[in-house]
Ligand binder design. Sequence first.
Ligand code: 5GP
Ligand code: ZN
Length: 132
Amino acid sequence: MSCLFCKIANKEIDSKIVYEDEFSIAFLDINPSQKGHLLVIPKKHYQNLTEVPEEEITKLFETVKKMTILLEEKLNVSSFNIGWNHGEDAGQVINHLHIHIIPRYPNDGGGSMQTIVETGDDNLEETYQKLK
Ligand code: 5GP
Ligand code: ZN
């Protein structure tokens, strides 16, 4: 098994694990974007959300909620960007689904989720017709 996050889940590689249950594990990002930056992963290897069975999605997001509350309580923070990079074009480097929980502090200089890309859509109506 060559996946780095599988190795972290299996404790073959050291990480700063703050929570673990049957389905998921949460640990500090080694290169945090902000103080308290956590990664939540399913223990099983799934590349992205579309591969995860419904029951495990529920469990995974229970952990995301728990970790958000943990950060609120222990680091006294109330704002977060929570999400994941899905696919190479979106910046996914490690192909094992991981949800980033990035605490945000007053005037920390960061932007919102929407500032990741700001190309826009010059044909919103056409997009709507395709998707609805
Ligand atoms: P991605 O761009 O794939 O969404 O993010 C991968 C994240 O994993 C990055 O934020 C990076 O800092 C983190 N990371 C990479 N290698 C390790 C590691 O060995 N241990 C930990 N704890 N985090 C890692
Ligand atoms: Zn993996």
